[in-house]
Design a protein around this ligand. Sequence first.
Ligand SMILES: [Zn+2]
Length: 199
Amino acid sequence: MASHVASMAATAYAKAQNAPDLKGSSFADAELAVNNSNFIKTYDVLVGDKGRAHLMPKRGIAVLCCMDARLDPNAMLGLEVGDAHIIRNGGGRAADALRSLIGSQEALQTREIIVIHHEDCGYSHASTWVIQKALKARTEPAAHPLVDQVSLQEFTDPRESVAEDVAFLREHPLVHPDSKDKISGWVYQVSNGELKRVC
Ligand SMILES: [Zn+2]
């Protein structure tokens, strides 16, 4: 009975969250090749020389943004292919992005960093404790020490988290000194596409 109730609750949650339909064949098996062959046909028009240009981002910008599927960083910023590094992770958290940011700055000479968090972020609804509990329920005890190391770096207010991450980058000894006054933090509104500057 309890599992039935839990299953009903899970179904209701999935509906509420517009959960993806995972019953069909994988995208990689069913659609990817056809989609890519269509992309190749339009490559010269949609990407062309911007895709074949030097690998250094033309505008010298690194954008750090949440991985949320509803966000299109180039579109919201008016940037094009080749203009900027787009570094994405859950929440758009800076500590998690350091490896990419260091490569972006040291090897590919970007100097401006734009950090974008957003309203209705999954990482503002999630809880490390709940995820650890779920992981422990579906893994062997041998994996549980790894589960204990998992942190979602969740937050409640994207204005606070983006300010924290900008401060983290400004103070970080490995972030390039020439970029310290060119690090800004923004919150994106999923309802209308507006970016509001926080810092
Ligand atoms: Zn998010």
